[in-house]
Unconditional design. Structure first.
Length: 383
C-alpha cells in the first residue's frame, strides 16, 4: 500500500456528512405563484422604493463577473424566482437615509400561497441604509417563499440588513441573496431562520474593493422533522478586505441541518482577513447536524480562520442555574436564547432586536418537550 492509498483508506474511515445538500421540493416549478400581502413602513420619504422590474440588471455595476456567482440552490430555482416573481422592490438609498431609521417590509403569506420575490437594493457611495425584511404566515397551512435578492453597496457606504423568517411550521422558505461591496463599504447581515419546516438559504458576498467589510450573523432553530440547509460564502477580491460569518442555533426532535461557511481569498486580496464560526446545541439524540467549513486561497498574505462546535449543553452550567432557582426547562431555554442574543449584539435597532428575541422565546415555549430531551455529546473544532 503506497502513501496515497494509505491516507485514502484513513479518510474513508472518518465520519462523513450524512446529508450533503437539501433536495429542493419536486414540485418547485409546478405550483402557481400568487401575490403576497405586505406592508412597507419606515423612513420611506427619504428612500426610493419601487416595485421591482425584471428589466433591471446591475450585476456588472461594480465589476464582478457573473460567472463567479455561486448558485447554491440551483439554476432552476434562480430562474424560476426571477422569471415568475410577483413581489419585490428596487430600493435606492439617499443622503438622508439613516441606519437608525430602517425601511421595513413585512410580508404575510396566505395559506397555500407561493410567494416569488425578486429584490434589488442599491446603497449609493457614501450613504447609509437599514432594511428589515420580515416574513410571517397568516394561517396554519403550508405556504412557500421563493426569493432572489441582489445588493450593491458603493464605496464608503454602510448597510445593515435584517432578514427575519417566522413562517408557520408547515411552510417552506427558499432564498438566495448576493452582495457586492465596494471600496471601504461595510455590510452587516442579520439572518434569522425561525419558522418553516424546510429552510434552504444561500448567501454570497463579493468583497470587491480595498478595505471592504462583510459580517453575517445567523441564528436558527429546528425541531420535529425540520430540514435546514444554510450556505454562506465570503469571496475576497480587494486587498485588506475583512469578513466574518457567525452562526448559532439549536436542534431538537429529528431535525437535519447542514451549515456551510466558506472563505475564498482571490488573487489580489492581500492582507485580507476572514473568520467563520458555527455553534449548534443538540437537544435530541436523533438530530443530524453537519457543519462544513471551507477555506480556499489564491494569495499568500491572508488570514483565514474557521471553527465548528456541535454538542449538548454544559451540564455544569445547567446544574449551576438550577441551583439558583431555574427549572431545567427554564435553564435550557435561557441558554438557547443567550446564544441567539449573542448574534444580535451589534444590531443597533433595539425594537427589532426585542421582536426577534421574543419570537424565539415563543417558539421555544411551544417546543417545551423538544428542549428537554438529552443529547449525545459530539464536538468538532477546526482552525
Amino acid at each position: 500500500m503506497n502513501y496515497i492509498e494509505k491516507h485514502q483508506q484513513t479518510l474513508r474511515g472518518l465520519a462523513q456528512p450524512k446529508w450533503k445538500r437539501a433536495p429542493l421540493p419536486v414540485d418547485i416549478l409546478e405550483k402557481e405563484v400568487s401575490p403576497a400581502a405586505f406592508l412597507v413602513k419606515g423612513n420611506t420619504p427619504h428612500i426610493q422604493v419601487n416595485p421591482f422590474s425584471n428589466d433591471m440588471n446591475t450585476h456588472m455595476q461594480i465589476g464582478v463577473l457573473e460567472s463567479e456567482f455561486v448558485d447554491h440552490l440551483g439554476q432552476s430555482f434562480i430562474s424560476h424566482a426571477a422569471a415568475k416573481s410577483q413581489n419585490g422592490f428596487h430600493i435606492v438609498s439617499s443622503r438622508d437615509s439613516k441606519l437608525d431609521f430602517p425601511l421595513q417590509i413585512h410580508y404575510k403569506l396566505l395559506d397555500d400561497a407561493v410567494m416569488s420575490e425578486h429584490n434589488l437594493i442599491e446603497v449609493q457611495p457614501g450613504h447609509s441604509l437599514s432594511v428589515v425584511l420580515k416574513y410571517e404566515s397568516s394561517g396554519s397551512e403550508n405556504s412557500r417563499h421563493h426569493g432572489k435578492t441582489h445588493i450593491v453597496v458603493g464605496a464608503g457606504s454602510r448597510l445593515d440588513i435584517v432578514r427575519f423568517q417566522n413562517l408557520n411550521t408547515s411552510s417552506e422558505f427558499l432564498d438566495n441573496i448576493h452582495f457586492q461591496v465596494g471600496e471601504g463599504g461595510l455590510v452587516r447581515f442579520y439572518d434569522y431562520q425561525l419558522g418553516g419546516y424546510f429552510k434552504a438559504t444561500s448567501c454570497q458576498s463579493d468583497l470587491l474593493g480595498r478595505h471592504s467589510r462583510f459580517e453575517v450573523y445567523n441564528g436558527y432553530l429546528g425541531f420535529s422533522e425540520d430540514k435546514l440547509d444554510l450556505s454562506f460564502v465570503a469571496k475576497h477580491y480587494g486587498a485588506h478586505s475583512e469578513s466574518k460569518i457567525l452562526g448559532k442555533g439549536a436542534l431538537g426532535g429529528s431535525a437535519r441541518k447542514t451549515f456551510r461557511g466558506t472563505l475564498d481569498f482571490k488573487s489580489g486580496s492581500k492582507s485580507s482577513v476572514g473568520q467563520e464560526e458555527e455553534f449548534v446545541l443538540l437537544l435530541s439524540p436523533d438530530v443530524n447536524a453537519d457543519s462544513i467549513p471551507a477555506l480556499m486561497c489564491e494569495e499568500d498574505d491572508v488570514i483565514g480562520e474557521h471553527a465548528a462546535s456541535v454538542g449538548r449543553m454544559d451540564s455544569d452550567l445547567l446544574f449551576y442555574m438550577m441551583s439558583r432557582g431555574f427549572s431545567e426547562e427554564e435553564a435550557r431555554r435561557t441558554l438557547i436564547q443567550a446564544a441567539i442574543a449573542d448574534t444580535l449584539e451589534s444590531l443597533d435597532l433595539q425594537e427589532i432586536k426585542e421582536e426577534i428575541l421574543g419570537a424565539f422565546e415563543s417558539r421555544l415555549l411551544e417546543s417545551r418537550a423538544a428542549i428537554l430531551h438529552p443529547a449525545k455529546q459530539t464536538s468538532t473544532t477546526h482552525s
